[in-house]
Design a protein around this ligand. Sequence first.
Ligand code: AMP
Length: 278
Amino acid sequence: MITATTIAEVREWRRASNTNVGLVPTMGYLHEGHLSLVRRARAENARVCASIFVNPTQFGPNEDYARYPRDLERDAALLRASGCDLVLAPPVDELYPRGFDTSVDVGGISAPLEGARRPGHFRGVATVVLKLFGVFEPMRAYFGQKDAQQLALIRKMTCDLNLPVEVVACATVREADGLALSSRNSYLKPDERRAAPVLHRALVEAERLFAEGARDAGALRAAMRTVIEQEPLARVDYVGVADPETFEEVSADIGGPVLLLLAVYIGVTRLIDNVQVP
Ligand code: AMP
């Protein structure tokens, strides 16, 4: 596996391996969720590339950019073992040189839920992903359902801008107790780690109500909120019931498939999760 730090190295490698590439963009501190994307890419493409870049433009001023966990050496070993051919781990000024002044706004889908709580977040995500598509020229790019709004936003950008990339959605990988794997789980103290599966329990409860015939979006939101509120270390940021494509919130009766979504603080750590029903 090649470890590149510059765009020029990727372009040079890309000229030599003129074949179909699968790309897995990440912020590093890799876990089985990330590696499931790499393995899927490995199965579907001649070459697999990953990027590791804690993208400053997608973090708000009071968010965890500075303390976001980083371990490039361990990440590189995991990527190599998962069949990755090249990883790009650039310094910030490689992607944002002095004078950089372009950004991508993906309209309505950026506004609700994560977009409302994290102003500018999705502009940062869309911009960096478009740049990575330009650098790697992948045939396919792999994203986790765990970040459902991000996935839908990238699909929308790819469609609206006619990008020649197939966006592949990958299922959320979870711990045995239901907690979705996340690099941010490393922030959790032992008692917080024990509390964190409450996100999944809330989703499972809403799923159960839906399976029993509940179709009132407000009732499902309330049910998720009730489960979270029973956990003393947890604080709801939002609970949502939204259209899986547009992310418009469903206000009354649920007609088609919807995403049940939540963002919850466990102590100071903000975690997100979602499931689709039916
Ligand atoms: P991140 O490093 O958190 O930006 O994540 C990089 C990619 O891995 C994104 O497409 C995420 O949606 C995906 N991902 C993160 N956690 C998981 C998980 N538990 N299961 C599946 N994919 C995940």
